[in-house]
Design a protein around this ligand. Structure first.
Ligand code: PGA
Length: 234
């Protein structure tokens, strides 16, 4: 594992954007697994800069987001699809048909999850999976549990995660209680993983990387991933 402890979020964002850009330059039709939350915002801003200033092209890129809130339509201002449109996709030349975010508003959730995994496999699997990390060690919405779940699945969001995410909503009461998340199968099958963590996450990063591998700290599974880079603010 390649672990970089950096001084601040600006450096973290720049380095992470460099890793993503390098992946796209090496493979213009790369399959990117993408993440939402506060941490990747600076990374996406850097990627937009790279498109504008250096001509980095997303025209061949396929993207699969990690997760979506259940019950929110993709146009909902709080949905992760909308987050991705506003923070990255509408500013770069990615093709609409190459953008994938789980549909949290699907009537048949089980089918939506199954088809999402099938589509990732049909696209050749994920070349680079970008991950944030929750204060409780979650990746995507793979919350602490007594087992690792492999497929994309429905999950009830941990109370601590709902509290953490309440800052993006008008009140905690309206934070959705469930999500669809890519499971550990597609994450661990990614050819490369890039985990980023901003200020305040050094302790959980330390537990995930150096503590026991356990579903109680979901990110700890990455100790078994053969090609993971971690960039965190120390
Ligand atoms: P954050 O969330 O980037 O908003 O801190 C990370 C996560 O919960 O995965």
């Amino acid at each position: 594992m390649n672990v970089l402890a950096v001084a601040d979020a600006t450096i973290m964002s720049a380095l992470a954007a460099d890793v993503i850009a390098a992946t796209i330059v090496q493979k213009p039709n790369a399959v990117l697994g993408l993440a939402t939350g506060a941490t990747p915002m600076g990374v996406y801003a850097k990627l937009i800069e790279k498109q504008k200033e250096n001509g980095l092209s997303f025209a061949g890129v396929r993207s699969y987001n990690l997760d979506e809130y259940v019950g929110l339509h993709g146009n909902d201002p709080q949905s992760y699809r909308r987050y991705m449109m506003e923070n990255l996709f509408q500013h770069v030349d990615i093709k609409n048909e190459n953008i994938h975010v789980p549909n949290g508003d699907a009537t048949d959730i089980a089918r939506e999850c199954r088809q999402y995994d099938e589509q990732i496999v049909a696209d050749g699997g994920i070349d680079l999976q970008l991950l944030g990390i929750g204060n409780n060690g979650h990746i995507g919405f793979n919350e602490p549990s007594d087992h690792f779940t492999l497929p994309t699945h429905y999950v009830e969001i941990d109370a601590s995660t709902r509290e953490a995410n309440a800052r993006f909503f008008s009140s905690i009461d309206v934070v959705p209680k469930a999500a669809l998340t890519v499971g550990m199968g597609a994450i661990m099958a990614a050819r490369a993983v890039l985990l980023i963590a901003s200020v305040g996450k050094a302790d959980i990063v330390e537990r995930a990387l150096n503590g026991p591998v356990t579903p109680a700290v979901p990110a700890s599974i990455l100790q078994f991933h053969p090609n993971t880079t971690v960039i965190y603010v120390k």
